[in-house]
Design a protein around this ligand. Structure first.
Ligand code: ARG
Length: 719
């Protein structure tokens, strides 16, 4: 007996398959027995009802949409939220000033009175879901591609609004499997959210853009907020009388730490993937779309950074937009590299060939890829035009704002325009202008404007330039091939516009007329490019998008039919998902092994005094030197474990998501993906894909020892 069991044990060790990354962003409400059983096999200990239930408080009740595009989790019975530092970033920057620089120095509320209201940040809880596929299908029956694209968004909005009529919920209908299934979600939105704590940026964004999307990673990417309600416990606008939310459920926090192979589950709101993108789509992306975007962002970032370095006020002003542009600048650059490295184009072609073999004789599917080819061929010549407009021309904030004035122009020109239509447009424009002026940094914008107009000239097919525009530049500012002419153009725009001049703006708003618009230099430039696109190329884009959407719907319908027996997950679309996997090391390239954890010692290794990205506050250095680790020390490494990696399948939107152990306890916060698998939106790599998480013990150590915010620690349910 014994010998046999030892033999089997040995055999099972030898035959144990390499732990692979775990593809799948599952809808927790539709997990099914098969997926749940697999979770249990991997190490999950809690029941299906503890994961998700509509009738009893469960983990899903602790998961929120934080702000516009992140995830957060409730961690105390008084509505305390943990999310990423980069998710709270804009709110922290907004709460900061040069004299109270919380972004730079960190912030810790010692009591509830010190918490800072964060207007615009809100928390949404999922309260209800139902399948409305039949209802939607009834409404879209027989629609052409163009009709479907034009009408579906309106149909879904109308239906969602109807579902929540008479409640204080917000409804959204999400399209799953490229419009082959429709699910209705109701959310309750809480608008009074306050900043409770944040580490100094040097810790919360340690490694900056150099380390972004990379492992090993030593960033303590967390911030702490709290949700408030009115006295009745209902969602309400900010008021001093509001009280902390009493949540249905909150996550306990484990400080036991992780081991290689441990179960890990991540709940949250992944924003978007396109795992069934076609080979045609991949090719357009790697050939044109991504490189165009990256090149244009390079320039914008360079000019913004130049000004941010010079002045603390500007640094605060541009910090958040800069981080946002930089984040996906690096992402798209990495995505291109990985798509090419993984030969994703060829892999998609293989998948498409398999599909076609299955589709033989099925008239609905047989010609799918011929149709795809046609629409991509038709759109390809113009795709640069679109990117150079949106990421280039409108990468200049003043041109982006000026383009909004086109709406006003249209309203003014319209013969039968009603007075209140104009008044409404004016009100919106006036609000947008206030936001623009607050965010505007003239010095960087001046450089950006000249550069992007020149890049458009150099990189976009001459036949597609706005008619007469570059001739005008030549006649007014000189040779269109030299940068000097474009900086002259830029100077001209900045000294001949009424947008930035409050007095002139006020008088324009009081008495708007098209003649003033047509004399405004910012408007002239923005209109030239915008109208060029709208009048000549938008039609190709609209047609391409409609067809692409329609063909995608058909393709997915076929894929679902072809894989009837297989449990499939829909692409991410910012609806609640759960992904599961394990803590796991990996091999990024030949001869290199990456450990599953990184430590405080590694933070010190990277430390560069005075550096923009790798500096550290003296207090952290002192705590580290004294090995003042308290209960947060990892016994195995005799140090603070800073971060770890897991095999989970996540994407942007999951930022701030809780990493949860088999017992349902919080063990960290997911905050990034690794560089070697940046193709993950389109193709998941089962060997290399990793999620980068900050260890909750590092978070707590910073709160407790660096921030001295023992009040926060005391609120948690530590295990
Ligand atoms: N890559 C992270 C994400 O998309 C954001 C990290 C922010 N940090 C930065 N250096 N930009 O969730």
């Amino acid at each position: 007996m014994k010998r046999i069991s030892i033999f089997f044990l040995a055999l099972s060790l030898v035959c144990k398959p390499l732990l692979k990354a775990d593809e799948g962003m599952w809808l927790p409400m539709l997990l099914g027995e098969q997926v749940y059983a697999d979770m249990v096999k991997k190490g999950l200990k809690v029941s299906k009802e503890q994961l998700y239930s509509m009738n009893q408080a469960c983990i899903k009740d602790a998961i929120i949409i934080f702000g516009g595009g992140c995830t957060g989790e409730i961690v105390s019975k008084e509505g305390l939220i943990f999310t990423n530092h980069h998710c709270g970033y804009a709110a922290i920057a907004a709460a900061s000033s040069v004299s109270h620089n919380y972004l730079r120095d960190g912030f810790w509320a010692r009591n509830k009175q010190e918490e800072i209201s964060s207007p615009g940040v809100n928390a949404q809880f999922l309260v209800k879901i139902s399948d409305v596929t039949d209802k939607v299908n009834e409404k879209i029956k027989g629609m052409s591609a163009q009709e479907l694209s034009a009408k579906l968004p309106g149909i879904l909005t109308e239906m969602a609004n109807k579902e929540v009529e008479g409640t204080n919920y917000e409804g959204r209908v999400a399209s799953m499997f490229k419009a082959n299934q429709f699910l209705f979600f109701a959310y309750e939105r809480y608008k009074d959210v306050r900043l409770v704590g944040a580490p100094p940026e040097s810790i919360g964004k340690f490694g900056g853009d150099t380390d972004n999307w990379e492992w090993p990673r030593h960033t303590c990417d967390f911030s702490v907020f709290r949700v408030y309600t009115n006295k009745e416990g209902k969602s309400a606008e900010y008021s001093v009388d509001n009280i902390p939310l009493k949540p249905k459920y909150y996550l306990p926090v484990s400080i036991k730490g992780v081991k290689d192979g441990d179960f890990a589950m991540i709940y949250g709101y992944p924003g978007g993937t396109n795992r069934y993108e076609t080979s045609f789509g991949v090719k357009l992306k790697t050939d044109i779309d991504n490189p165009s975007l990256v090149g244009l962002r390079d320039v914008r970032l360079k000019f913004m950074f130049e000004e941010m370095k010079k002045d603390d006020q500007v640094k605060l002003q541009l910090a958040s937009p800069y981080a946002q542009i930089a984040n996906y600048w690096k992402f798209f650059d990495g995505e291109t590299k990985q798509l090419l490295k993984f030969k994703t184009f060829e892999e998609k072609q293989t998948n498409e060939a398999t599909f076609l073999t299955w589709a033989k004789g099925k008239s609905e599917y047989e010609n799918l890829f011929n149709d795809y080819q046609k629409i991509y061929e038709a759109w390809r010549p113009y795709t640069k035009q679109r990117t150079y407009l949106n990421e280039g021309i409108f990468g200049s904030p003043i041109l982006a704002f000026a383009s909004q004035l086109l709406k006003l122009e249209a309203a003014l020109i319209k013969k039968d325009a009603a007075k209140d239509e104009i008044a409404k447009t004016l009100e919106a424009i006036n609000k947008a202008r206030a936001a623009f002026v607050k965010a505007e940094n003239v010095a960087s914008d001046k450089n950006i404007l000249g550069a992007v107009v020149q890049m458009f000239y150099n990189d976009v097919d001459a036949a597609q330039h706005p008619k007469g525009f570059y001739e005008w530049v030549k006649s007014k500012f000189g040779d269109v091939k030299t940068a000097k002419s474009y900086s002259a153009l830029s100077d001209y725009v900045f000294s001949n516009n009424f947008i930035l001049d409050s007095v002139k703006w006020k008088s324009f708003i009081a008495n708007p007329d098209t003649a003033s618009l047509h004399k405004d230099a910012a408007f002239i430039v923005a209109a030239a490019f915008n109208n060029n696109f709208n009048n000549n190329y938008l039609k190709y884009f609209t047609e391409f998008s409609a067809q692409n959407f329609y063909l995608g719907k058909t393709y997915l319908k076929g894929i679902l039919e072809m894989n009837k027996a297989k449990k499939m997950y829909p692409d991410a679309n910012f609806t609640m998902r759960v992904s599961y996997g394990n803590v796991k090391s990996y091999k990024p390239r030949d001869a290199v092994n990456y450990s599953y954890i990184c430590t405080l010692n590694g933070v010190l290794d990277k430390y560069k005094p005075g550096d923009y990205e790798f500096d550290l506050p003296p207090k952290l250095l002192e705590l580290a030197k004294n090995k003042d680790f308290g209960q947060y020390k990892d016994a195995t490494v005799n140090d603070i474990v800073v971060g770890y990696i897991t095999t989970n399948d996540i994407t942007g939107g999951n930022s701030g998501s809780p990493v949860i152990n088999g017992k349902g306890e919080l063990i960290g916060l997911a905050f990034d993906g690794n560089y070697e698998a940046l193709s993950h939106k389109i193709a998941f790599d089962k060997d290399l894909n990793r999620t980068i998480c900050v260890d909750v013990r590092y978070v707590l150590w910073i709160i407790d020892k660096l921030g001295g915010a023992t009040n926060i620690i005391a609120e948690l349910d530590l295990k």
